[in-house]
Design a protein around this ligand. Sequence first.
Ligand code: GRF
Length: 183
Amino acid sequence: MKKIVILASGNGSNAESIIRYFKPKKKIKISYIISNKTDAYVLDRAKKHNIPHLVIKNNRFNENKTFDFFKEIKPDLIVLAGFLIKIPINNFSNKIVNIHPSLLPLHGGKGMYGMKVHESVKKYNDCVSGITIHYVNENYDEGEIIFQKKIKINKSDTVKIISEKVKIIEHKFYPKVIESLLN
Ligand code: GRF
């Protein structure tokens, strides 16, 4: 049995797609969902699915207690799904993956998250966008790329439509890529 821990700061629609994908599978278990925000909707999703969950406040991510907690639960993979704080990766022995809602290195880096990414795609009149799943290193959005998928953007697509198109492929591919990394 492989264990994953999901870290998310907000809505958690990606977390939900991962939960649903692995629910019927026996070989991979979501052992914890962790948020840095007490009011993150992802925590409601965790409750609904009976998945252990907890809040670790931003400044606590630098504390030994936190590193010890991760050592104790020994996840085979830490999965970031809309997690907005920088992890001091040198203190974690686990592999950490992230999903970014554009084709990195385009529209990535510090401050590029959420709708800002799609606004940037629209501003530059890009005719394609997509998703990037990558390992996390010490710099925002610069870790080794594992997987990318493109989608076509029409001139008439609004920022909202772009974000919706991207969400669809995030939900479709993130769970599968996670599974392939653990097999
Ligand atoms: C996703 O678009 C993901 O690419 C980015 O943060 C967003 C999280 O969305 N890293 P959700 O909370 O999973 O709905």
